[in-house]
Design a protein around this ligand. Structure first.
Ligand code: A2P
Length: 289
């Protein structure tokens, strides 16, 4: 049993998480907490634990079906809304009705604004993302969304979007971890002023066994997850690792205080193996999402 006073002490031992400043001046805590694949019935407990651990950036999506539980956790935490950076995403099946979809997300989350709203997938076969973006630009202008961005956009999707966009996306969130880095896409995004956000930053756990990672972890007495997260953070990438375990949540957050040498960075970068885990955005439709 952890008494409140002890909890406070635990929290203050965590290193401060740096902010990344987006292209519209909005600041986002670089190390956030993702709830992809977190079952709705477990989400409230898990997000409450994450907030207790010190996370102040939560990433969900309408398609994860756990927005209501995320909102319940935020409300139960007593943390002021403005102290939490909250991201959610537009469902693929709702790109033609983005305004309504956004209002539904706000209702589910129990909030009157969202910090970052993303187009979840480009779904090029439906050719609706530019229309969805226009609706999101209106919501952004109205103040209901602090920053708008995209997810799973490849270079050609970014270029197509920019032909009609008035607002340059603030973020591109895509699969990025040592064995699947998409370095050209990251460079392209950054060259356009779009911040890179890594989902599955630990390769869903698969990249934690790599020798280049475990040897650094052993050398410094840190965990493999802290090594991988430090590698992301050093590149300016926003990360949203997921864990259902409060010890590992704290462990991951503490990566903010760990810095790798250039040689160690290069050793992890050399793990690139084209090992995609998720879907290929060039063809993914995920119409059920
Ligand atoms: P668990 O939820 O049991 O902690 P990603 O964020 O790349 O999708 O990775 C999430 C996966 O990695 C989950 O299976 C999670 O398991 C595991 N994971 C998260 N943090 C750690 C950690 N610090 N050490 C080991 N595994 C971790």
């Amino acid at each position: 049993m952890v008494r409140p006073q002890q909890r406070k002490i635990l929290m203050t031992t965590q290193p401060a998480v740096p902010n990344v400043t987006l292209n519209n001046g909005v600041k986002v805590p670089q190390l956030g907490f993702g709830v992809f694949q977190v079952p709705p019935e477990e989400t409230q407990r898990i997000v409450e634990d994450a907030l207790e651990a010190g996370y102040r950036h939560i990433d969900t999506a309408a398609a994860y079906r756990n927005e209501a539980a995320v909102g319940a956790a935020i409300a139960a935490s007593g943390i002021p809304r403005e102290d939490i950076f909250l991201t959610t995403k537009l469902r693929n099946g709702e790109q033609g009705v983005a305004q309504e979809a956004f209002q539904n997300s706000c209702r589910e989350l129990g909030v009157d604004y969202v910090d970052l709203y993303l187009i979840h997938w480009p779904v090029p076969s439906r050719n609706l993302f530019a229309e969805a973006w226009k609706a999101m630009e209106k919501l952004h202008a109205s103040g209901q969304i602090r920053a708008i961005g995209v997810s799973n956009f490849l270079a050609d999707h970014l270029e197509a979007l920019l032909q009609s966009a008035d607002v340059v996306p603030a973020v591109n969130q895509f699969e990025l971890h040592p064995t699947f880095q998409q370095s050209e896409l990251a460079a392209k995004s950054r060259s356009l002023g779009i911040a890179v956000e890594a989902y599955s930053p630990l390769g869903q756990g698969a990249d934690l066994d790599a020798g280049a990672v475990t040897s650094i972890a052993g050398k410094y007495g840190v965990t493999p997850a802290q090594v991988v997260l430090a590698w992301h953070l050093a590149q300016g990438t926003i990360v949203i690792p997921k864990s259902a375990n409060s010890g590992r949540m704290r462990d991951n957050l503490a990566a903010a205080g760990f810095v790798l040498t250039p040689e160690e960075m290069a050793g992890i970068t050399a793990l690139e193996a084209g090992a995609r885990i998720g879907s290929d955005p060039a063809v993914a439709a995920h119409s059920q999402m």
